[in-house]
Design a protein around this ligand. Structure first.
Ligand code: SIN
Length: 458
């Protein structure tokens, strides 16, 4: 990363890592500030001034330790993309990083975040006083003043990336309003650049819902293209009111899969609609239309193998969760680019989308419980995603089957009790964090609690 303090570098770094890990590309961020804090936990702005030789020495040592750990991580195998999260503000520093990486055979892509939008910078500065461990326990006004002074010290030496440095780079000006790209060398760099180009900071939310209960859900069958059950249709009729409560007057676009049960669920929503094949349910191949009990009887080894490694297990003639993630990549990119979106889709697809936004690891995401007749609202914030759940008052079967549970505990045996509870009382809120080590989110849950909603961690 390259950029002055308060230019959103850490946020971009963490988003790149989250995106790549979701795509099974092993990525890790190395935050130089965290290394520096080992020796100098709470420096004043003076520490970052040009003439401070002691400060310069310690900052250089922190950068060297971070780069050395990153190269070690690559060398130990398994590491694909290391993100060096630091200001890297001079030509000399960048030349050194390039030389260090290339001497070990690793390619460098520099991502510069430039920002001359004063409101944007100020809002980042203000978030620092509550989130950065550099200012823990300090008077907020003093923290802001000191941080502004630190920025001024960096500005004195800052050199934006110049073509004479002969670097592969992407320069993002005011969070993607203008982008300059130079000398892209490989496919992975292209993917990362394309991802960073799609990031934006306009406030918006994403609403996710499974389709209403289907006839196949009631019969405990998986896959298929069944119609909704009576209760599923009731959920479809209730959905506009459930959505309207949290959407208000915001403009929303509704996406569904191409399957009947999602289209029927969205039928009463008066938003522009778009059908995506990529949102169709995970293809169960030869098991399509069977109950779990039938699958266990006909394909006992497969039934067991899927529980052993659900993320990678691919149904014969069908798909795995890994396959679904790959076909969902354009959807995620559109979601990053877009504004308010309501997605009505299927259990496996929804788990994959949710895992991206909430940073859920691959071994857990296929086992997440996402009940029918429940709407999930995700709101990307500066340092993570806020989640709220709203349940409708319409009962539905539970299609959840825990790892290694008997096939007989299939959908038809349990009715989702939670669905009987009135929606407003069951609004749950929690957050995922997108922060470098040591940072803390800005008390979002507390502020929601103060505003009167129920707050329940999971
Ligand atoms: C820090 O010490 O907080 C960051 C060092 C840098 O990236 O310049």
């Amino acid at each position: 990363m390259v950029g002055l303090p308060a230019r959103g570098k850490s946020l971009i770094a963490q988003k790149i890592v989250r995106y790549l890990k979701w795509l099974s590309i092993n990525a890790k961020s190395f935050n130089v500030g965290s290394y520096r804090r080992a020796d100098t936990p709470q420096p004043t702005a003076e520490f970052f001034s040009m003439g401070n030789t002691q400060g310069e020495r310690l900052r250089r040592a922190a950068a060297e330790a971070a780069v050395s750990d990153m190269l070690k991580w690559f060398g130990e195998g398994g590491g694909h993309v290391g993100v060096l999260d630091a200001t890297n503000s001079t030509k000399a520093r960048r030349a050194w990083i390039k030389q260090q990486c290339e001497s070990k055979g690793y390619e460098c892509l520099f991502v510069e975040s430039r920002c001359d939008d004063e409101d944007l910078v100020l809002s980042n500065v203000l978030s620092v006083k509550t989130s950065s461990p550099d200012y823990v326990g300090q008077d907020p006004e003093d923290a802001v003043r000191d941080f502004m002074e630190r920025i001024r010290n960096y500005e004195k030496v800052y050199q934006s990336i110049d073509n004479d440095e002969e670097l592969t780079y992407v320069k993002l000006i005011n969070v993607g309003s203008q982008v300059t790209i130079n000398a892209v060398a490989n496919y992975l760099q292209t993917r990362i650049i394309y991802f960073t180009m799609n990031l934006h900071i306009t406030p918006r939310s994403i609403w996710l819902s499974r389709h209403g209960e289907s006839e196949f859900n009631v019969q405990g069958k998986i896959g298929g293209d069944a119609n909704l059950s009576e209760r599923g249709y009731a959920y479809a009729r209730a959905l506009p009111e459930l959505v309207a409560k949290s959407v208000g007057s915001n403009k929303v676009t509704c996406w569904t899969s191409t399957m009947k049960r999602t289209i029927q669920t969205a039928a009463h929503l008066e938003y522009p609609k778009k059908e995506w094949k990529a949102l169709d349910e995970l293809d169960a191949g030869v098991c399509d239309g069977l109950t779990y009990e039938e699958i266990e009887q006909r394909y006992p080894e497969d039934f067991r193998a899927r529980d052993d490694d659900k993320y990678n297990y691919r149904y014969h003639g069908g798909e795995s969760y890994r396959d679904v993630v790959i076909r969902l990549e354009p959807i995620i990119m559109e979601m990053e680019r877009g504004e308010n979106i309501m997605v009505v889709t299927h259990q496996a697809v929804l788990r994959c989308i949710y895992a991206y936004f909430m940073n859920v690891p691959q071994d857990q995401s296929p086992w997440m419980e996402i009940p029918l007749h429940t709407m999930i609202k995700l709101t990307p914030r500066a340092y993570g995603t806020q989640e709220e759940r709203f349940r409708a008052e319409i009962p539905a079967v539970s299609t959840f089957r825990a790892k290694y549970a008997s096939s007989q505990m299939g959908a038809t045996t349990t009715v989702d009790e939670a669905a009987f509870v009135p929606a407003p009382a069951l609004q749950t809120v929690h957050e995922s964090a997108l922060l470098p080590e040591g940072y803390k989110a800005n008390g979002l849950a507390e502020s929601i609690a103060a505003n009167g909603s129920a707050v329940m961690g999971e």
